[in-house]
Structures are given as structure tokens and as C-alpha cells.
Design a protein around this ligand. Structure first.
Ligand code: HEM
Ligand SMILES: CC(C)=CCC/C(C)=C/CC/C(C)=C/COP(=O)(O)OP(=O)(O)O
Length: 320
């Protein structure tokens, strides 16, 4: 006999686990955690307790998974209508909505308890606000009623760095709010690029996403404007906040330059689905690498390198 054989009971158990896992829309969670970890790193000036990082990332995972599961329950009607989402666990009949609600509540309670007991109350409350805002403000109120759904609703996805910051410092500073603002302004280019690709899906179920209601030209203009806002805002971490240096500046310049170029190209060809796809994929890479830049910049070895470069440049300038 070759390979492993599973009993029907075993296979059934694995299928159930897989369905509950899929309810949490797991592919989105790593980037949310990257923004949380970057905030923790800056808040701790490059010195964070690895045990605390693990607890916060676990709590963040549970909170995001809870929020996404609630969303899957609420949106089961439209998820059933759209080809892209029809095979999700609830519309495909693999998980009963009532069981999903229990699952989402358990995840939410575990997250809150983990933060409240092992981290602090502020981070626990912020994660809870993230779940509440995503569920009530985005999913329930705005998603089906406004073209600005993902702009205002995007605030939920911008909360993870606040959680990370609060976990390390116990409060929220200007820098924490700047990280919030960066993700808030990044969300429209991220989501509307995707919405350009799957516009027909949303149109079919009357979800008023911007490309459905206002068309491609308005959407690419808005993507362009938000990209022009997020890139300069990403530099505020260097000046006036002074929380990052030239290494981060290098990351922000290269990444921001490419982001602006892609947004410009898309503005020239609003119907081009390939460009929209490329913009969507790049938006994810942009956020991932920008956060990486923040971390690399505050590595102790980088401070040494930065100091040497600055010293060299200033002596060069003095001699010139
Ligand atoms: C209201 C705000 C947001 C909306 C409406 C939104 C919407 C979406 C949608 C519809 C997808 C496609 C998912 C799928 O095909 O199942 C997606 C993908 C993704 N989103 Fe967002 N998003 C938002 C904010 C964020 C934030 C804040 C992050 C992280 C910082 C994020 C990270 C991702 C990632 C990494 C993917 C790709 C997942 C994959 O590999 O398929 N999103 N987003
Ligand atoms: C702190 C904390 C818990 C924050 C959580 C915030 C959160 C879960 C953000 C994710 C945003 C997101 C991927 C929305 C998907 O939109 P959609 O559900 O409308 O997409 P769909 O069309 O694929 O259903």
C-alpha cells in the first residue's frame, strides 16, 4: 500500500477544520499582522519582547479571523450570488450560519481575553473596536449603501498598527496615528484596483462599489489621488516625527515611486484589467515592503550605518 489512507471520519474532521479555516479569509491576515508587528517594532525602538510579539500576533489573528467570520455570516446572501465567493463555507452549505456566529464569538472572546490578560486593556479594546467597526460600520452600514464604503470602512483595516503600538507603550502617539493614516489612505488604491477587475460581480448583487456606480474613469482618478496622498504621508515618519531615517526613506522613495507610476499608468487606461491587477498586487507588495523598511531602518546595525553615512556626507559638504 502506498501513501496514507484516512478513515471517512478522519476525512470529515479535516474537511470541517478546513471550512472553519476558510471562514476566516486567512490570506488577508498576514499583511494585517505585518502592519501590527512594524508598529510594535517602532514603538519599542527596535527592542521588543519576542514573547509579547507572539501574543499580540496571535491575538490579532484571532480578532481578524473573528471579524472576517462575522462578515461571512452577514454577507452570505451576496456571497451566494457571486461566482468568486459562492464556494465559501456558508453559501456552499458546509457551515451553518449559527455555528459560524458561535465560532466568531469564541474567536473574539479569546482575542479580547488574550490581550486583556497578557498585554493591556487598551490593545484589547482597540482589537474589539476593529471587529465592531468592520462588522457594523463597513459590512452592515456602508458596504451596501455607499460608494465611500471602503474609504470609511477602511478605518477597520487601519486599526492593527494601533493595536501593536498600544501593546508596547500602553498608549497611542502621533506615530501610531500616522501608521493608521498611511493604511487608511492606502486602502482605496488597494481595493478599488481589485474592484475594477471584479466590477461585474459587485454590479450583479447591487453592491455600490465605486467602479459600479461611477465607472472606471472616476475610479482611476480616485486611485490616483489617494496614491498621491499616501506616498508623501509615508515620509512623515521621517519628518517631522523623526521615527525613521534614511534606510526607510530609501524604501519609501523607491516603493512610492513605483506606486505613483502604476497609478498614473492606470489613469491613462481605465479599462485595462491587466493594469488594475498589477496595481492591486503591487499595493500588497508596497505595504509589505514599506513595513519591512520600517523594521530594517530601526535595526541597531542600521543606526551605526546611518550615523557613518551622515558623518561622511556632512564632512564632504563642509569641505566642498
Ligand atoms: C475596507 C478595507 C478593505 C477591503 C474592502 C478589502 C478587500 C479585499 C478583497 C475583496 C480582497 C480579495 C479577497 C478574496 O478574493 O477573497 C482583498 C485581498 C487582499 N487584501 Fe484587502 N481589503 C481591505 C483592506 C485590507 C487591509 C487593511 C489589508 C492589510 C493591511 C488587506 C490585505 C489584503 C491582502 C494581503 C489581500 C490578498 C489576499 C490573497 O492573497 O488573495 N486588505 N482585499
Ligand atoms: C483590528 C481588527 C480586528 C481589524 C480587522 C479588520 C479587517 C478584518 C480588515 C479586512 C478588510 C477586508 C479584507 C475586507 C474584505 O472586504 P469584503 O468582506 O467586502 O470582501 P468580499 O467581497 O470578498 O466579501
Amino acid at each position: 500500500m502506498t501513501g496514507t489512507t484516512f478513515s471517512p471520519l478522519h476525512e470529515n474532521f479535516l474537511a470541517v477544520i478546513k471550512s472553519y479555516y476558510q471562514l476566516t479569509k486567512p490570506r488577508i491576515i498576514p499583511l494585517l499582522l505585518i502592519t501590527t508587528a512594524a508598529a510594535m517594532w517602532i514603538a519599542g525602538k527596535g527592542q521588543v519582547d519576542p514573547r509579547q510579539v507572539l501574543i499580540v500576533l496571535l491575538g490579532g489573528t484571532l480578532a481578524a479571523a473573528s471579524a472576517q467570520t462575522f462578515n461571512c455570516v452577514y454577507d452570505r446572501d451576496i456571497d451566494y450570488e457571486m461566482l468568486r465567493t459562492r464556494s465559501r463555507p456558508i453559501p456552499s452549505g458546509r457551515v451553518h450560519p449559527r455555528h459560524a456566529i458561535v465560532f466568531a464569538c469564541i474567536l473574539g472572546i479569546l482575542s479580547f481575553t488574550l490581550f486583556a490578560v497578557f498585554v493591556n486593556l487598551l490593545s484589547a479594546l482597540l482589537a474589539l473596536c476593529g471587529i465592531g467597526f468592520y462588522m457594523l460600520v463597513y459590512t452592515h452600514w456602508l458596504k451596501r449603501t455607499s460608494t465611500q464604503n471602503i474609504v470609511i470602512g477602511g478605518a477597520a483595516g487601519s486599526i492593527p498598527p494601533l493595536v501593536g503600538w498600544a501593546a508596547v507603550t500602553g498608549d497611542l502617539s502621533w506615530t501610531a496615528w500616522l501608521l493608521f493614516l498611511t493604511i487608511f489612505l492606502w486602502t482605496p488604491p488597494h481595493f478599488w484596483a481589485l474592484a475594477l477587475m471584479i466590477r461585474d460581480d459587485y454590479a450583479q448583487v447591487n453592491i455600490p462599489m465605486l467602479p459600479v456606480v461611477k465607472g472606471e474613469e472616476t475610479t482611476v482618478k480616485q486611485i490616483w489621488l489617494y496614491t498621491l496622498l499616501v506616498v508623501p504621508v509615508s515620509f512623515l515618519l521621517i519628518y517631522p516625527l523623526g521615527e525613521a531615517g534614511i534606510v526607510y526613506g530609501f524604501f519609501a522613495t523607491i516603493l512610492g515611486g513605483i506606486f505613483i507610476r502604476k497609478a498614473w499608468q492606470l489613469q491613462q487606461a481605465p479599462q485595462d484589467k491587466q493594469l488594475a491587477k498589477s496595481m492591486f498586487k503591487y499595493s500588497i507588495l508596497y505595504m509589505m515592503l514599506l513595513c519591512t523598511g520600517m523594521v530594517v531602518d530601526s535595526l541597531p546595525a542600521m543606526h551605526q550605518i546611518t550615523a557613518t553615512v551622515v558623518e561622511y556626507l556632512s564632512s564632504f559638504a563642509c569641505n566642498a
